[in-house]
Write a new protein. Structure first.
Length: 152
């Protein structure tokens, strides 16, 4: 259990922390300092490097989460509302990431390859909004995961 919960937590830190940095630190600076022909390839480079970590993180969260849920706690009927809430929010976060990865991110890579900057902007705006939502869901899920057991 100690290894599973440590990996679970570290994976959440990498995923949510990375999204927070991209959305709240890198994004406003890139928008203020770089024109689309420099900004959009930068984002493709950043996501090409960050998204593989997100794949590793969410697979680790799912594997360790289900292992703890079924292997340690004895299944869905044996856990509190906070684990069910974390489970639901976790699956929603994974669904949003997979949509971002296979739709606007794929579109952004195509637009940058074709130097279609107006098209690229549409995809970046979509990614920005969805990563913003996933960052808020991530903080909420971490708060529920860490503090929920003391509430219910
Ligand atoms: C399939 C989805 C998930 C399942 C089944 C799951 C399951 C669990 C379980 C069983 C625990 C242990 C609870 C306890 O010790 O009382 C836990 C803890 C935790 N989970 Fe999740 N989880 C999931 C997704 C997530 C996600 C997406 C995040 C964050 C983004 C997250 C963050 C945490 C945190 C912060 C803890 C507390 C760790 C600690 O006490 O040190 N979980 N999770």
């Amino acid at each position: 259990m100690s290894i599973a919960i440590t990996l679970h937590l570290l994976a959440a830190v990498i995923w949510v922390g990375g999204m927070f940095f991209a959305h709240q630190v890198l994004r406003p600076i890139a928008a203020a300092q770089l024109e689309p022909p420099l900004r959009q390839p930068l984002w493709v480079g950043v996501f090409n490097r960050f998204f593989p970590w997100v794949w590793i993180a969410f697979i680790t969260i799912l594997v360790t989460g289900y292992w703890m849920l079924f292997g340690v706690f004895g299944g869905m009927a044996k856990v509190g509302l906070y684990v069910h809430t974390m489970h639901g929010l976790g699956l929603l976060m994974v669904a949003i990431f997979l949509y971002v990865y296979f739709v606007p991110f794929a579109g952004l890579k195509r637009a940058v390859a074709e130097q279609a900057w107006p098209e690229g902007k549409k995809h970046i705006d979509r990614i920005r909004d969805l990563v913003g939502i996933n960052t808020i869901l991530g903080f909420l899920t971490i708060a529920i995961g860490a503090g929920g057991r003391f509430l219910v």
